[in-house]
Ligand binder design. Structure first.
Ligand SMILES: Cc1ncc(COP(=O)(O)O)c(C=O)c1O
Length: 406
């Protein structure tokens, strides 16, 4: 008999908590049910037309059909550098401090593959976007976590953060080499200001660790808040890289365009590993991305405005159903404590029942780690009409829960 050969590495990844929600959702859709879907951070809007037109124009040219450049074509790296200069007054070396990626998730995962392995450890505050954590696990590194706490205004509680970070640094041997931060934060929507990065960079220089900062939601911020970049801090490039994506700001999630910038040693490691693993994004995609970054940012403002409107609609509709939702300062999500009546149920059971009985899909907080329990993440990827319909379905569902508990 053939004895089973185990694939130890892939088994380090647990079953995706979201998979159970996805399976129910798929089965319901196949049965013809109309699911109102707030589960994934997958923008529903159209990519701005000037970007699509540029892609189509370039896709017709024979010279654009071959292998591209794995670290990104020069014009795109130049557009990224100019974007940083315009937005953050940060100057980047287009060759040594910029690497284009097939979405920032790919960039992050390959960066970790290149720089971390067995014997290394990383600090990833939780709840977390799962790959922030599992990229290290997959590569045999150890992950230390502590809970993210925010103030009632949605800002990071820095006292708790730095106390937890100091503790994690001093109690773990060998000392953690990496700290991952992500603000505006997925899933909690927590934000930070520049003073946070100043403290973090100072600490990294003193304690000697590298920082990976993910600003996927940098452009989706409201009420005057502006997402800072860690690279605005003097000396940050000695210790930090930052990842960004066009997926959210330009409704380009399926295009898979992101980038990593900053520390030359980490960027070189990423450029090197990518040169072994891929030949770069299809050139027309890179040219279209160049026109997105060089172009008018009115389209980004419209996308931001759309999320802002949806936040208002959902808070009103769900409030009428008996569930008060907090207002996020940034991102395309609402991170909501479970309704009182459902608190004992836990986030996974609540999400499953909400899906099966009210046809509303969202993400259980526990899917982002144990510290996400008690919450759900609502992605604002349905239009106002369907949000209102969700509010009506929710009202009936919450009434039913009340009756069950009466
Ligand atoms: C925090 C965060 N980083 C990165 C990504 C991945 O973005 P991309 O589409 O560029 O891979 C996401 C996607 O949801 C995200 O939430």
């Amino acid at each position: 008999m053939f004895e089973e050969i185990k694939f130890e590495k892939i088994n380090r990844l647990p079953k995706y908590v979201f998979a159970s929600i996805n399976e129910i959702k798929t089965a319901m859709r196949q049965a013809g049910e109309d699911v109102i879907d707030f589960s994934m951070g997958n923008p529903d809007g159209m990519t701005p037309s000037h970007i699509v037109e540029k892609l189509c124009e370039c896709a017709k040219k024979p010279k654009n059909q071959g292998y591209s450049v794995s670290k990104g074509i020069y014009k795109l790296r130049e557009a990224i550098a100019k974007w940083y200069e315009r937005k953050y007054h940060v100057f980047l070396d287009t060759n040594k401090e910029v690497c284009v990626c097939m979405g920032s998730k790919e960039g992050y995962a390959h960066l970790i593959q290149a720089i971390a392995g067995a014997g290394d450890s990383a600090i990833v505050p939780e709840p977390a976007y799962p790959i922030h954590y599992y990229a290290f696990i997959l590569n045999g590194a150890n992950v230390i976590k502590f809970p993210i706490k925010s103030t009632s205004g949605g800002e990071l509680d820095q006292d708790v953060f730095f106390a937890s970070l100091q503790k994690a640094l001093s109690e773990n041997f060998p000392k953690p080499k990496f700290v991952v931060v992500n603000f505006p934060h997925n899933p909690t929507t927590t934000i930070v200001h520049l003073d946070f990065y100043q403290k973090l960079v100072d600490l990294a220089r003193k304690e000697r660790f590298y920082i990976i900062s993910d600003i996927a939601y940098a452009d989706l911020c409201f009420d005057g808040y502006q997402t800072p970049s860690i690279l605005q801090i003097e000396g940050a490039k000695d210790v930090a890289v930052e990842t960004y994506t066009l997926s959210k700001s330009y409704n380009m999630a399926g295009w898979r365009i992101g980038f990593v910038v900053g520390n030359q040693k980490m960027i070189k490691a990423l450029q090197d590993i990518k040169s072994w693993l891929d030949y770069g994004l299809y050139t027309p995609l890179q040219v279209a991305a160049t026109s997105a970054l060089n172009g008018d940012e009115k389209c980004v403002a419209e996308i931001r405005e759309n999320y802002k409107n949806r936040i208002e609609v959902i808070r009103e509709s769900f409030s009428q159903a008996g569930w008060e939702l907090p207002a996020p300062k940034a991102s395309m999500f609402i991170w909501a404590p479970l309704p009182k009546i459902a608190q004992k149920m836990g986030s996974l059971e609540f999400s499953k029942r909400l899906l099966q009985e009210a046809k509303i899909a969202l993400s259980p907080g526990v899917g982002f780690g144990e510290y996400g329990e008690g919450y759900v993440r609502i992605a604002l990827i349905e239009n106002a009409k369907r949000i209102r319909q969700a509010g009506r379905n929710l009202k009936v569902f919450l009434k039913k829960l009340e009756n069950e508990n009466a």
